[in-house]
Design a protein around this ligand. Sequence first.
Ligand SMILES: Cc1cc2nc3c(=O)[nH]c(=O)nc-3n(C[C@H](O)[C@H](O)[C@H](O)COP(=O)(O)O)c2cc1C
Length: 186
Amino acid sequence: MDAITLLHERSSMGKLMAPAPSPEQMEAIYHAALRAPDHKELRPWRFVEFQGEGLERLGELFAEAEFHADPHAEDGTLDAARKKPLRAPMIIAVIAKVTPDLPKVPKMEQVISAGCAAHGILLAAHALGLGAMWRSGKYAFDPTVRKGLRLEEDDEIVAFIYIGALGGRHRQVPVHKISDFVERWD
Ligand SMILES: Cc1cc2nc3c(=O)[nH]c(=O)nc-3n(C[C@H](O)[C@H](O)[C@H](O)COP(=O)(O)O)c2cc1C
């Protein structure tokens, strides 16, 4: 697949199956992530990879988050939280590791950079014939989850990328009208 086709046709895949990407595929994926644009070369990111029992531990963390948010939460709610990460054979948490108070690289730029790294992961996964989906959801902003993943005060969870073998067909990507989004100053 040539690069422009990849950029035009990448799409998300929510239905994912085992196996998880191989170590070789993950190496290619991380190299793609690490080519994200990065003002002052801060490398403002860190990745936490979950598979196997790691996915169950992440599910426990989500359930703990539910419990802390509401100690009266029903068992069904806690169970649903526990099962969320089991929708893929692997999850990569993309964390913006933010250096605060840099005059030339404000927090927003560092978070955007980490977002670009997440996009790099999606693009590389697609190029390798894998399925992937960027999810955030309330757990990305939850204090219990932030603590469990060892975020510093200014850090942000920008993505939980669910990744694995394709469990379905990619949808036809929508074709947008460029003029709806572009203004030209000639
Ligand atoms: C920051 C961010 C967070 C997202 N969080 C979720 C989410 O929690 N759940 C979800 O279904 N889609 C989420 N999405 C959207 C999907 O990843 C996906 O982009 C969307 O379904 C459109 O599909 P496409 O990527 O094939 O165009 C998120 C996207 C971004 C950029």
